[in-house]
Design a protein around this ligand. Structure first.
Ligand code: ADE
Ligand code: ZN
Length: 337
C-alpha cells in the first residue's frame, strides 16, 4: 500500500464536490468565534469535534449550519477559502470547482457581497501564492422556498463573472428537483452551468435522479450513487456524458458505508465517476484520504486511480483546451512515475 499511497498523494487532482463552509475546521471555528465575539459552548477543538454527532444527512446538516454562525466578515470568508485552497494544493489538487451556500449567510444578515468578495479574494490570492485554480458554484438550499432561491439567483447576476454554475443542496427529503425547475431554467438562461445534489440513499433517490437528468437537464450530478439501482438511468447518464461526484468518506457518515463498490461498478460500467471530499472538516478527509479510502475498500490499481482523476478533469466546466492541458499533466505524471 505504501507505494500506492505515495502514487495517490502525488497524483495531479481535481476536486468537483466540496462545500467551502464544510471546510471550516474546529481550530478555525474557535479562532473566528473569538475574533467575532461569538459565544460557542466548546472549550477546545476536541470538544467541538465531540459534538459532531451525526449519522444521516439531516443530523449532519444541523451541525453544519450551526457551525456557520462564526462566519461574519469578508475576512472570515477569505480565511476559510484560503485555508482550504492551501490544503488542497498541499495534496496536489490543481483545480477545484467549490460550492458556497449564500442563503445560509444572507438569511442571518450577512450580505451576499461580503460572502462572495471574501471567497473571490482568497481564490485570486491562492492562485498567485500556490498556482491552484478554482471556480465557484452557488448552491440553493432545497429546504427553503423556490422564491428565495429565485431571489438569490437574481442577486447573483451582478457577480456572474465570478460564478461558473449553480447547484442544489441541503435536505433532499420532500424537496425534489422539480420544485426548482423555474429557478434552474432561469439560471441556464443566465449562462450558468447546472448541477444538483442527488444524495445517497434518500427516500426518492432514483426518482429524483430521473428528474434531475430529464426535467432539469443538468450538466453534472452530485453523488448520484443510487442511479445504479436502475440500469436505464445509468444508460441515460452515460448517454448524456454526465459526471458523478461521489464522496466516499461523507457516504460512510450519512449512509451505511463508503459506497466504494458502487464507485468501482460505475468505473467498470464506463460512467464518468469521480471521488471528492464534500465537507472535509466534518467528514474527516480531503482528496487524498478519500482516494485512499476507495483504494483500500476495493483494491483499486493505478489504472483506476488515474481514470478517476481524468474523469474529474474531463468533468470540469473548463474550456476543452484547458481540460486537455490538465489531462496532459496527469499523463506526464503517470509516464514519469
Ligand atoms: N450541504 C453540505 N453538504 C451537503 C451534503 N453532503 N448534502 C446535501 N447538502 C449539503
Ligand atoms: Zn455535497
Amino acid at each position: 500500500m505504501s507505494k500506492l499511497r505515495s502514487f495517490i498523494e502525488e497524483l495531479p487532482k481535481c476536486e468537483l464536490h466540496v462545500h467551502i463552509e464544510g471546510t471550516l475546521e474546529p481550530k478555525m471555528k474557535l479562532q473566528l468565534a473569538k475574533r467575532n465575539k461569538v459565544e460557542l459552548p466548546y472549550k477546545n477543538e476536541k470538544a467541538v469535534r465531540d459534538a459532531y454527532e451525526f449519522d444521516d444527512l439531516s443530523s449532519f446538516l444541523t451541525v453544519y449550519y450551526e457551525g456557520m454562525s462564526v462566519l461574519l466578515t469578508e475576512q472570515d470568508f477569505f480565511d476559510l477559502t484560503y485555508a482550504y485552497l492551501k490544503k488542497a494544493h498541499s495534496q496536489n489538487v490543481l483545480y477545484t470547482e467549490m460550492f458556497f451556500d449564500p442563503q445560509a449567510h444572507t438569511a442571518r444578515g450577512v450580505s451576499f457581497d461580503t460572502v462572495i468578495r471574501g471567497i473571490r479574494r482568497a481564490q485570486m490570492q491562492a492562485e498567485i501564492s500556490f498556482g491552484i485554480r478554482s471556480q465557484l458554484i452557488m448552491c440553493f438550499l432545497r429546504d427553503w422556498s423556490a422564491e428565495f432561491a429565485m431571489s438569490t439567483l437574481l442577486q447573483s447576476i451582478p457577480y456572474k463573472e465570478w460564478i461558473i454554475g449553480v447547484g442544489l443542496d441541503s435536505d433532499e427529503r420532500n424537496n425534489p428537483p422539480i420544485k426548482f425547475v423555474e429557478v434552474f431554467k432561469r439560471a441556464r438562461e443566465e449562462g450558468y452551468f447546472l448541477t444538483m445534489h442527488c444524495d445517497v440513499d434518500q427516500k426518492d433517490s432514483v426518482n429524483n435522479i430521473w428528474q434531475t437528468v430529464k426535467d432539469i437537464g443538468v450538466d453534472r450530478i452530485d453523488h448520484g450513487v443510487n442511479s445504479l439501482e436502475d440500469m436505464k438511468l445509468c444508460e441515460e447518464i452515460k448517454e448524456q456524458s454526465l459526471t458523478l461526484t461521489v464522496c466516499p468518506i461523507s457516504n460512510s457518515f450519512v449512509s451505511d458505508g463508503s459506497k466504494s463498490e458502487a464507485i468501482l461498478s460505475m468505473l467498470e460500467n464506463g460512467m464518468r465517476v469521480t471521488v471528492n471530499s464534500d465537507d472535509p472538516a466534518y467528514f474527516p478527509g480531503y482528496m487524498t484520504e478519500n482516494l485512499i479510502c476507495v483504494q483500500k475498500d476495493v483494491q483499486l490499481g493505478k489504472r483506476e486511480l488515474v481514470q478517476l482523476a481524468e474523469n474529474a478533469f474531463e468533468g470540469t466546466w473548463l474550456p476543452r483546451s484547458t481540460k486537455d492541458r490538465f489531462i496532459e499533466d496527469l499523463k506526464n505524471y503517470v509516464t514519469k512515475y
